[in-house]
Write a protein that binds this ligand. Structure first.
Ligand SMILES: [Fe+2]
Length: 250
């Protein structure tokens, strides 16, 4: 789907002007990556680490979104589309349904290495995009967008937002009896990742019912997250959620 075919999202789509990144910004990117990558090599899901290589992320240079997308699109149909900032829900869902991940192009400053209130290119690309190279995760995320784009009930969207939060943003997976992170909020935050790895966060086996009933808290480190045993599980959970929406039973 071309930008002009997106109706709700079209006003938010921009170009990434790579030439405007400064040497300081390149250095901040390298520092951000350098402080989390050693932990991720131990604690991230292998699918994330594979995706990092597949999309050609570099440790010391900000990503060029066209190059990332050129490597990603042939594999799963996803690309990384530059946007001006926070998107209203209909535009966000429309883009996910079209396999275009809305990606911010600004980068946090050195003073806010650990946290930014709004996502930046480090959260969006380093945190999210590697998983889009995984075929099952890629299909799950597009399906999530398709279903949400068709819903207007705020209560239903809030519940589906919890599914997104506890998978795409803060998902963990159990692999060979170890907890590994794959959610972008864990991948792109030293503190959040360490909170899980140091055992300060309870991990329940993923259950769609429990996820849908667990409110999101954004102002503290997580005390509870949900581990899947494979990415097929979130794909199937999304289909189950869709069935519940159809039956008006979410
Ligand atoms: Fe995110």
């Amino acid at each position: 789907m071309k930008p002009e075919e997106l109706s709700a999202a079209a006003p938010y789509i921009i170009q990434q002007d790579y030439s405007t990144y400064t040497g300081e910004q390149q250095a901040v990117w390298a520092e951000l990556v350098g402080r989390v990558l050693p932990e991720l090599e131990k604690h991230a899901a292998q699918e994330y680490l594979d995706g990092f290589q597949i999309i050609g992320l570099q440790k010391d240079r900000l990503p060029n979104l066209q190059s990332i997308s050129a490597r990603l699109e042939p594999r799963t149909g996803w690309n990384s589309t530059p946007v001006s900032g926070f998107l209203p829900a209909p535009a966000f869902f429309e883009m996910l349904a079209a396999r275009r991940f809305p990606t911010t192009t600004w980068l946090r400053s050195r003073e806010s290495l650990e946290y930014t209130p709004e996502p930046d290119i480090f959260h969006d690309v380093f945190g999210h995009v590697p998983m889009h190279s995984h075929p099952v995760f890629a299909d799950f995320l597009a399906h999530y967008g398709r279903v949400c784009a068709s819903i207007s009930d705020p209560g239903v969207l809030e519940k589906l937002g919890r599914l997104f939060w506890y998978t795409v943003e803060f998902g963990v997976i159990r692999q060979k009896d170890e907890i590994k992170v794959y959610g972008s909020g864990l991948i792109s935050s030293h503190g959040e990742c360490r909170n899980v790895m140091e055992g300060h966060c309870a991990i329940h086996d993923f259950s769609l019912d429990e996820v849908l009933e667990t409110p999101v808290k954004v102002d503290e480190l997580h005390k509870l997250l949900f581990a899947v045993h494979s990415f097929d599980q979130i794909y199937e959970a999304m289909h189950e959620a869709e069935q519940r929406v159809v039956l008006d039973d979410l």
